[in-house]
Ligand binder design. Structure first.
Ligand code: FAD
Length: 629
């Protein structure tokens, strides 16, 4: 064990939330000595909002993290109370796994994994200052003046940076309920020339389950056939627990409308913009006033507690008003509130100041990941933490940075959006944010990213061999389905009739599978050889998707190739945008602020028009400023 007093490490990770845990683990697994400083070690990997990992688009992030060798998927698989695939009847691009977590178990699991790692030194400390010399990070200082000597720092401060909690018109300094705010670091960053802004988020009340009448609600069970995040085989199956659904009504909405004068949001006490895709209940009632009712899900928080989470009921109204509102919901007439809903406003660092590697553009060795970059959500945070961790190691080793492209992953899309678009509200991953969502599915995250995780050093040989065998088996199965035929017998047609299909003559299994009503399960029913082969589910599901959606996938691949042409136009780092003629001043300022690396990235900056790109392209070609490879 290293001498506690000399405090010399390779990397400091500030914050042990979802970004910080992935960052620390990635660095440590790649051989770096890491000090992981966090405000409260009891809250490592805490889920301060909904006790769930995944859901639309976020599940793809979790599977990508798993494919690259990160930990979030493992933790979610090990600690779920319920597993459910959302949109299971829709196309594979929008199917999404969601794990209802046992919040305490999830946190304990992650803490254990972190503490077991001999390269990670956990410290309960509030980092207040960064030390920069020669343009690079050389240290960090905590609130007691203790200095950590490091060569890289990854800031993952979540909602804690100058955090302020609001319940009604009352507010106080805190990062989240029951935890201090991180004071000091914002000023230190400002002194280093970093620009900070404010965002806001909110969480619903927690209620004692024993005071809820579930008979008045709709039960929401988990799946019968379980899917997991991890690509490791033989996941242990746990008992599943249900969630419940209830609804708001006119009475709820009236109480909300009558009390808007007590809302810090509506009274302008909160300056930061809130999450557009996760609005508070008062926001929903005001913005969607034509809706007579909103869905409210009741979700268990864990087996060791009676606390349940009231999803969809996030609020910053006063605590007594919240109780009145809650008690109008069917089943919650006698609800006892354990924790009130609250909003939190915090500092973040607009990510246009960082590059795709998540390293600061101005301070070498300083990385940002998670909510501090303007995102919202555990999965978005973990994904960035993993990349920041990998790149902090690349920086320390003098290796090339890992920059995932938009066409490789949701992680690449998320980071590109953050560093390119000057986002104004907490960024949440959505399938609609990706122009390649047919290619970037949760089911093929390993195909896309496991070779990268292996090359980086986070996917070990055992896991990589499992991956390679699976890929070979998928190819074999596709080849078999494309060569074997099924005959148009009466027996076959009587089964097909159940699915509204019929064969006039024999067809290849692959052609039959392309029909909308025919799944691989149907092939098993009509073709004994397919049944007998006993192909593993993860293999045949891939074969089925690749055959069924072949045409769409090929078309999207062409789009990727077309877009990559603009990607090849590299823009020199020292280009003087302000001197370019025929581009508006506003556009020049944007280009100068974001300093895109390629024409493709420039084209994604909000407000940059195709005509501006043409001017830029001509200029680059004329002055041979571009390198196309
Ligand atoms: C009230 C509330 C509501 C939310 N609502 C939603 C929602 O509706 N939807 C959604 O997707 N997400 C929501 N979230 C956000 C979700 O919790 C975060 O997006 C996610 O946890 C961010 O992960 P992170 O790792 O960036 O930060 P966090 O998980 O917040 O972790 C940050 C860590 O940094 C530590 N820290 C901070 N500053 C310092 C310092 N100076 N020194 C040492 N340690 C420090 C903290 O102790 C903490 O452990 C909400 C969070 C809160 C608090």
């Amino acid at each position: 064990m290293m001498n506690y007093l000399n405090n010399v490490y390779d990397v400091i990770v500030v914050g042990a939330g979802h970004a910080g845990c992935e960052a620390a683990l990635a660095c440590a697994r790649l051989g770096m000595k890491v000090v992981l400083a966090t405000l409260n070690v009891e809250n490592i990997a805490l889920q301060p909002c909904n006790p769930a990992i995944g859901g639309p688009a976020k599940s793809t992030l979790v599977r990508e993290i798993a494919a690259l060798g990160g930990e979030m998927g493992e933790a979610a698989d090990a600690t779920y109370l319920q597993m459910k695939t959302l949109n299971s009847s829709k196309g594979p691009a929008v199917r999404a796994l969601r794990a209802q977590s046992d919040k305490r178990e999830y946190s304990d699991y992650m803490r254990h994994v972190i503490e077991k790692n001999e390269n990670i030194y956990v410290r309960q400390a509030c980092i207040t200052d960064l030390i920069v010399e020669g343009g690079g990070i050389v240290g960090a200082v905590d609130e007691f003046g203790i200095e950590f000597k490091v060569n890289a720092a990854i800031l993952t401060t979540g909602t804690s940076l100058a955090g302020r909690i609001f319940v009604g018109l009352k507010s106080y300094s805190a990062g989240r309920l029951g935890e201090q705010a991180a004071i000091g670091l914002s000023d230190s960053l400002r002194k280093l020339g970093i620009n900070l802004k404010k965002l806001k988020t909110g969480t619903p009340p927690r209620v004692d389950s024993r005071t809820i009448d579930y008979s008045k609600m709709d039960i929401q069970p988990g799946d019968e056939v379980l899917n997991f995040y991890s690509f490791k085989p033989n996941r242990p199956v746990r008992k599943q627990y249900p969630c419940y659904l209830t609804r708001t009504n006119e009475e709820t909405h009236k109480i909300i409308r009558d009390n808007l004068d007590k809302s810090p949001m509506f009274q302008g006490l909160i300056q930061g913009v809130g999450p557009r895709y996760c609005p508070s209940i008062e926001d929903k009632v005001v913005r969607f006033h034509e809706n007579p009712s909103h869905h409210i899900f009741i979700e268990p928080e864990g087996l060791g507690t009676y606390e349940v989470y009231i999803q969809g009921f996030s609020s910053s109204l006063p605590a007594d008003v919240q109780v009145k509102m809650l008690r109008t919901l069917p089943g919650l007439e006698n609800a006892h509130v354990i924790k009130p809903a609250y909003a939190v406003e915090y500092d973040y660092v607009p990510a246009v100041q960082t590059s795709h590697s998540l390293m600061s553009k101005t301070i070498q060795g300083l990385f940002f990941a998670g909510q501090i970059n303007g995102t919202s959500g555990y999965e978005e945070a973990a994904a960035q933490g993993l990349i920041a961790g990998i790149n902090a190691c690349n920086y320390l080793n003098g290796s090339d940075m890992l920059e995932l492209s938009r066409s490789s992953s949701y992680i690449g899309t998320l980071i590109d959006d953050l560093v390119t678009k000057d986002i104004q509200d907490p960024y949440r991953m959505l399938t609609s944010r990706s122009e390649y969502r047919l290619l970037l599915r949760q089911d093929n995250a390993d195909t896309r990213l496991t070779p990268i995780g292996h090359k980086v050093g986070l996917v070990d040989e055992t896991q990589f061999n499992i991956f390679k065998t699976k890929q070979e088996n998928i190819e074999k199965e596709i080849a078999r389905l494309e060569s074997e035929k099924v005959s148009a017998t009466d027996e076959v047609n009587s089964v097909l009739a159940k699915y509204g299909e019929r064969l006039e003559k024999g067809v290849r299994l692959a052609d039959l599978l392309k029909r909308p009503n025919i799944s691989y399960e149907v092939l098993k029913e009509i073709h004994p050889e397919t049944m007998e082969l006993g192909v593993a589910r993860d293999v045949y599901e891939q074969a089925e998707i690749l055959i069924k959606y072949d045409g769409y996938l090929k078309r999207q691949q062409v789009q990727v190739e077309q877009a990559s042409k603009l990607d090849k136009f590299k823009i020199p780092e020292n280009i003087d945008y302000m001197s370019i003629e025929h581009i508006s001043s506003e556009t020049k300022e944007k280009l100068d602020k974001i300093r895109p690396k390629t024409l493709a990235q420039a084209s994604r900056i909000g407000g940059v028009k195709p005509a501006d790109i043409s001017i830029l392209m001509v200029l680059l070609e004329k002055h041979k400023l571009c390198s196309k490879n």
